[in-house]
Design a protein around this ligand. Structure first.
Ligand SMILES: [Zn+2]
Length: 407
């Protein structure tokens, strides 16, 4: 393995590579057979910065490769995520905005307006910032005011000029390559006592569960409390509260404010203790062990699929998630081992999975009759899916899960 060094995307100190998943396509780049010859690849390698404690991709892809007209993910297509965002909106309205006069709320990466529509319905001033034109258009149709742009300090200044400062800025599961500009923009836009809420899949869970499928092009950084604190501290912001969330296999919702404007809650010290003394997320050795664990999972999964193939079992995939791209490419699993992936998203159906070119077939009520085994790529929704697909198990079908263990 070639160990490349590069500069930390946050603090510019030198970062050493801790693992590489090899050549990787864009995770959401589901494509037609006609486009196989022009598929884009990059090296998916990760490093850990010992200075600002940020786990990051070493080679970033051009953002225009990832977010464009064909962007394939709509928040509202997941019933589970819709419910999560509704609860999030109600939490803001009930707990964080009740005494504000004419509050103004902004969401970064507002997608199709699934979260903000709860503000729109109540006549609360809001603005969505969304980089993909096609999803922004759907949000507008849902009555959610949306600006189509990338968020940085320049666009933040424009928003401030046009709309004024903001009471609450929310961002969940959105991944920026320019975190320093985002921090500057947030600091610039947030009112004196305003709140910035930043929610992301938690580094601690990814390391603990060897959930390496969460690592892909859009996730330029994987955050923990140490890194979030360091990134935003540079712009005078501090974390004053954290809450664990069940989404994406375990996420953390960080609450930030201008330094000293809200009293720090005990949740912050508790998570810090967990990171530094229990999970050892502040030490580079932890990530070297993680790399070894990923390799082991890779070998186990491939061995299992090859064994099933030798036994003549029919194996399919369930849910063509962006996450599945890292697994399939890192393990070199193509249509010989998984004949197709069933998915409910119309824009992906009839296309092929990025890199390994497994056909994506439309989800039908009797899909389970075509399979003996099914690999669950949406493992974070396992409970919901097992309930929905009880017919498959009743007919003798078996699920294959790859996190936290291959089972
Ligand atoms: Zn750094």
């Amino acid at each position: 393995m070639c160990l490349s060094r590069s500069k930390c995307k946050i603090c510019s100190q030198e970062v050493q590579q801790v693992l590489s998943f090899g050549k990787m396509p864009i995770a959401n780049g589901f494509l037609k057979a006609d486009d196989f010859h022009q598929e884009y690849f990059f090296e998916l390698a990760c490093g850990f910065c010992e200075h600002c404690k940020t786990f990051q991709l070493l080679h970033q892809t051009d953002p225009s490769q990832m977010f464009h007209e064909q962007y394939a993910f709509y928040t509202s297509t997941s019933r589970y995520m819709s419910a999560h965002f509704e609860a999030m909106a109600l939490n803001y309205i009930q707990h964080w905005l009740p005494n504000k006069k004419d509050p103004f709320v902004i969401e970064l990466g507002s997608n199709d307006g699934t979260m903000l529509k709860h503000f729109a319905e109540r006549g609360i001033r809001h603005l969505g910032i969304e980089a993909s034109q096609n999803v922004a258009e759907i949000a507008r149709k849902n009555g959610v005011e949306t600006r189509c742009c990338f968020f940085n300090d320049t666009t933040a200044e424009e928003i401030k000029q046009n709309y004024g400062k903001v009471d609450l800025i929310s961002v969940a599961n959105v991944h920026f390559s320019n975190m320093n500009e985002v921090a500057k923009g947030v600091s610039l836009l947030l009112k004196d006592h305003g709140i910035f809420v930043f929610e992301n899949p938690y580094l601690g869970n990814i390391i603990k569960n060897v959930a390496y499928d969460q690592i892909y092009d859009e996730h330029a950084f994987i955050f923990g409390l140490n890194s979030v604190s360091n990134i935003f501290e540079r712009e005078g912001l501090e974390v004053f509260h954290v809450e664990a969330q069940e989404t994406h296999g375990g996420s953390i919702r960080y609450y930030l404010c201008h330094k000293g404007k809200h009293s720090k809650r005990s949740s912050v010290m508790e998570l810090l203790h967990q990171e530094n003394d229990v999970l050892n997320l502040n030490r580079v050795e932890t990530y070297r062990t993680f790399a070894k664990n990923c390799e082991q999972r890779q070998q186990e999964l491939v061995a299992l699929l090859k064994k099933l193939q030798a036994e003549g079992k029919r194996v399919v995939g369930y849910a063509a998630t962006a996450k599945s791209t890292t697994i399939l490419n890192y393990c070199s699993i193509g249509p010989k081992l998984i004949s197709c992936i069933y998915d409910t998203t119309p824009i992906k159906q009839g296309k092929y999975s990025p890199g390994m070119h497994i056909p994506i077939k439309p989800y039908t009520a009797d899909w389970y009759k075509t399979a003996d085994y099914v690999v669950l790529f949406a493992w974070n929704h396992a409970k919901e899916i097992f309930e929905k697909e009880s017919e498959f198990t009743k007919n003798g079908g078996q699920w294959i899960l790859f996190t936290p263990q291959i089972t």
